[in-house]
Design a protein around this ligand. Structure first.
Ligand code: UD1
Ligand code: UDP
Length: 374
């Protein structure tokens, strides 16, 4: 039996790694353990429960208002002990969180090969998004297997000089997850509240958005809700106190805006599928929206996911209050623009990414890949 370890710590990593865990656990010849750092707690547990994945190791590190230094140090030291105990032949990490970065670093120190799921995304500016661009570049430097979601991500990795034999285009496991959640007959308290109106689904949480940019985002949303009587906005608020305070302070008390805690991924995906459009600074939401054919306005100045822009589903509106308001106004008032942004595209794959990743990793292990270096 070859031992593999899958490590993650935040909600989006859980949503994108659980399909891979389930796939790896079906493979004969592999023993798959899961280590959660719990960089997130409630949001992580919500996703784990939805996919029925029970972790074998839980570092339990989350603290309110945690600093990047604290998360990095706790993951690095916690992973040292887990790696010593479990001794995996290959460790999977995902994306660009501090969990992924520090877990990959721990593996490097212990010379354990790393497989990077969602490799090769780039803005080429290590401060945008912060600290994710540095995290993913560092993980890609360490990784022995790079699972790129798109050809563009592969090309970026090859331009950086990664071994072409280590890079595989598989699609994004986000789409695997999406295939399991969306139901035509879904209804909820929120869909009933929004019935007859146009539903805008809103999320904001990025570190570089905290403070003034996030206040501008929420002020713009409030203006939209007050200017268009048929609009109903649903905003599942990230539990970070800096986000919660801004959302409650600026959006609270507006009858056309529904503030709620983080939604279960099943509810969130189904609301995406029913939304008129989506307003977000999220990375994962930019991947899911094109597959559902939902226009998405991205409240950022740059994106590492240009495929959605090219597909015509996504537009960058920046973080200015008026720019965000005008972006929403145009989508609400211009049916031709709305139509052109509402076509479904699948730049992030067809929902078989986990299967492809498991096939490649299993073959690599059987072929003695882990023994060759490190
Ligand atoms: C993290 C990732 C970011 C990712 C995001 C997904 C880093 C540096 N950031 O950002 O890349 O896009 O997750 O959501 O890795 N909190 C809770 N309960 C939870 C989760 C968070 O209370 O379940 C609160 C805590 O006060 C915590 C704070 O949110 O200290 C911030 O969490 P943290 O993981 O540091 O940052 P995120 O903004 O969530
Ligand atoms: N999501 C969710 N509930 C919510 C908001 C988002 O399940 O209330 C899902 C969403 O569908 C996507 C992921 O969480 O799969 C995105 O997470 P987030 O925006 O926090 O992080 P990012 O993708 O920006 O790293």
């Amino acid at each position: 039996m070859e031992r593999v370890l899958v490590v993650f710590g935040t909600r989006p990593e859980a949503i994108k790694m659980c399909p891979l865990v389930l796939e790896l656990r079906r493979r004969e010849g592999l023993e798959t353990a899961v280590c959660v750092t719990a960089q997130h707690r409630e949001m992580l547990d919500q996703a784990l429960e939805r996919f029925g994945v029970r972790p074998d190791f839980d570092l339990g590190i989350m603290q309110e208002g945690q600093s990047l230094h604290a998360v990095t140090a706790k993951v690095l030291c916690g992973m040292r002990d887990v790696l010593e105990r479990y001794r995996p032949r290959l460790v999977f990490v995902h994306g660009d969180t501090t969990t992924a970065f520090a877990a990959a670093l721990a593996c490097y120190y212990q010379r354990i090969p790393v497989a990077h799921v969602e490799a090769g995304l780039r803005t080429h500016d290590i401060y945008a998004p912060f600290p994710e661009e540095l995290d993913r570049q560092a993980v890609d430097l360490i990784a022995r297997l790079h699972f790129a979601p798109t050809a563009r991500a592969r090309d970026d990795l090859l331009r950086e000089g990664k071994d072409p034999g280590s890079v595989f285009v598989t699609g994004n496991t986000a789409i695997d997850a999406l295939k399991t959640t969306v139901r035509p007959d879904y209804s909820s308290e929120i869909t009933r509240w929004a019935e007859g109106g146009r539903l805008i689904l809103v999320t904001a949480h990025r570190r570089e958005s905290l403070g003034a940019p996030m206040e501008r985002m929420f002020r713009a949303l409030r203006r939209v809700a007050e200017s268009f009587p048929d609009v109903r906005a649903v905003c599942p608020v990230h539990p970070n106190p800096a986000v919660r305070d801004a959302a409650e302070g600026i959006l609270g008390g507006c009858e056309r805006i529904w503030l709620t805690g983080p939604l279960d991924v099943f509810d969130f995906h189904n609301l995406m599928a029913r939304a008129y459009f989506i307003l977000t600074d999220s990375g994962g939401v930019q991947e899911e929206a094109p597959a559902l054919g939902k226009p998405v306005l991205v409240m950022r100045d740059a994106t590492e996911r240009p495929e959605g822009l090219e597909a015509g589903t996504a537009r960058l509106v920046g973080t200015g209050e008026d720019a965000i308001y005008q972006g929403c106004r145009r989508l609400l008032e211009d049916p031709a623009l709305y139509e052109s942004m509402s076509r479904a595209h699948c730049p992030y794959g067809n929902g078989t990414a986990s299967r492809q990743i498991a096939d490649i990793a299993q073959h690599w292990l059987l072929d003695g890949g882990a023994a060759r270096r490190g």
